[in-house]
Design a protein around this ligand. Structure first.
Ligand code: HEC
Length: 162
């Protein structure tokens, strides 16, 4: 009698070349191939609709040049924290603030830019809205208080949104 079929429930995948290990290896290789195929399709799709230069053309919102040109940690902070509320271009249209009763400041507004001091911008960033008599919906970033160069770069980014 075939030893692999002795009883129901006997693992029939035993034996040289057919252990469960080989089966998983086979499956994951196929998965990897599909994943690579999917990625290739995505790349082709994302390259075919090249957006025109300029602000907000088409449905893709272009990041202001200043963010990438300053780069480093300040650019990361702007993208990952500030832009969620103030928007990619700083206009105050970030998704996270859609339902806020207080609209985030339009950081690109030149009237505001002319009025506000760098000192006040710094205070607002580190201490949040209440530090400058504004809404607590403007979050504090106390972790940036002792990162002088990141703060300097962040102020340059905000000034560059003008
Ligand atoms: C959770 C949403 C949110 C995030 C995140 C956020 N802000 Fe704000 N911000 C606001 C809101 C809302 C106001 C307006 C408050 C008001 O009008 O009372 C504001 C106001 C400001 C002001 C105006 C201060 C003034 O004196 O007029 C500055 C500058 C500012 N934010 C910069 C930033 C920067 C830089 C970041 C990233 C480090 C950031 N904000 C992150 C919501 C946010």
């Amino acid at each position: 009698m075939n030893p692999g079929l002795k009883k129901w429930g006997t693992p029939i995948l035993e034996g040289p070349g057919l252990c469960p290990h080989d089966v998983t290896a086979f499956v994951s290789k196929r998965r990897v191939r599909w994943l690579a195929f999917g990625l290739a399709v995505l790349m082709v799709l994302s390259c075919s609709g090249t957006p025109e230069p300029g602000r907000g053309s088409g449905s893709i919102i272009q990041e202001p040049k200043i963010v990438a040109s300053i780069g480093g940690e300040a650019a990361e902070v702007f993208r990952s924290r500030c832009a969620t509320c103030h928007g990619t271009t700083g206009r105050g249209d970030g998704l996270a603030a859609k339902s806020f009763p207080v609209k985030p400041r339009d950081l690109s507004d030149s009237n505001w830019q002319a009025r506000v001091t760098d000192e006040r911008i710094r205070r607002a960033i580190i201490g949040g809205g209440p530090a400058v008599g504004m809404s607590p919906l403007m979050t504090a970033n106390p972790d940036l208080a002792d990162k002088k160069s990141v703060m300097d770069d962040l102020v340059l980014i905000i000034r560059g949104l003008n």
